[in-house]
Design a protein around this ligand. Structure first.
Ligand code: CP
Length: 312
């Protein structure tokens, strides 16, 4: 197969294992390209991409923009904070105005779950979800799984625990879908107050004891406490959270084997992981960031190929 089964990347839920493998194989090629002295290919000279960010971002925004420029696409950037959204313009009107400028693809981050799905039903461009509320963050899950494949040789058969604020996390849901499609076993670990009610219906086990979870796993993906999405208090204090769920070198030294530590960023150093762990040989956090560019190049390239097919 050399073609994606979808026109948009709205969530990992909507793509197949074959789609993910195709994205990985394409990313392998682009990873080689971005490590060359000339890091650019002319593939998308005829494609215009709009990056619409209605919510803050550092890594995802920069990574998408770099990926688009490495593919030679024309890029326009929109940030809600400095736009007419503040004057009451709707999402559909904002996007239709941008599309009137002949945009082929939209990369969108939005605080509302389902914003990308909504948009895909109203406009003709190809949509990439760059994170929609606490729902999905598909390119993050793809780059996470790709980084596991790079570090451990394969994702199938590996044991991955996702630790922390699962309730407010789009990274957790997309990772669960991606890892399971690729044949990994997934557990979630954290305080029960930060677990979605029906999480076990996704085929993941909940483990509240961090030491047990870490002894079970090959990889721990450490999530940030998303204070900005919390309207109530979910645990007594940050100090208690760190005591029970923070990964330090002391915690790692008591395990029966070395494990790989991941983090999607931004890191709260000293909360979910200590600085020493974040910067240690166990952590592949910056490899994840590097792989993010190759994965996003692959997703954009493959979706753009579909646009070109429809135009023929
Ligand atoms: N991992 C991630 O989505 O980071 P940003 O919020 O900085 O984009």
């Amino acid at each position: 197969m050399n073609d994606l089964s979808v026109k948009h990347l709205l969530g990992i839920k909507y793509i197949s294992e074959a789609d993910i493998q195709l994205i990985f194989e394409t990313a392998d090629h682009f990873k080689e390209v971005i490590n060359r002295p000339i890091k650019k290919v002319p593939s998308l000279r005829d494609i215009t991409i709009a990056n619409l960010f209605f919510e803050n971002s550092t890594r995802t925004k920069l990574s998408f923009e770099l990926a688009e420029k490495r593919l030679s696409a024309d890029v326009i950037n929109f940030s809600a904070a400095s736009s007419s959204v503040k004057k009451g313009e709707t999402l559909e009107d904002t996007v239709n105005n941008i599309l009137a400028m002949k945009v082929d693809m939209v990369v969108m981050r939005h605080p509302n779950p389902g914003a990308g799905v909504f948009l895909s039903k109203h406009i003709n461009a190809s949509i990439i979800n760059a994170g929609d509320g606490a729902h999905e963050h598909p390119t993050q899950a793809l780059l996470d799984a790709y980084s596991i494949r790079e570090k451990l040789g394969d994702v199938a058969g590996k044991r991955v625990v996702i630790v922390g604020d699962i309730l407010h996390s789009r990274v957790a849901l997309s990772n669960i879908y991606a890892l399971q499609k690729l044949g990994a076993e997934v557990k979630v670990c954290g305080p029960l107050t930060l677990m979605p009610k029906h999480i076990e219906s996704l085929g993941v086990q909940v483990e509240t004891n961090l030491a047990k979870a870490l002894n079970w796993c090959d990889v721990a993906n450490m999530l940030r406490i998303q204070n900005e999405r919390m309207e109530i208090t979910y645990f007594p204090s940050t100090r208690e959270y760190v005591q029970q769920y923070g990964v330090t070198t002391e915690v790692l030294s008591k395990l029966n084997k070395p494990i790989t530590i991941m983090h999607p960023g931004p890191i709260n150093r000293g909360v979910e992981v200590s600085s020493e762990v974040a910067d240690s040989e166990y952590a592949i956090i910056l490899n994840q960031v590097e792989n993010g560019v190759a994965i996003r190049m692959a997703v954009i390239y493959l979706l753009a190929s579909k646009i070109k097919q429809y135009e023929k």
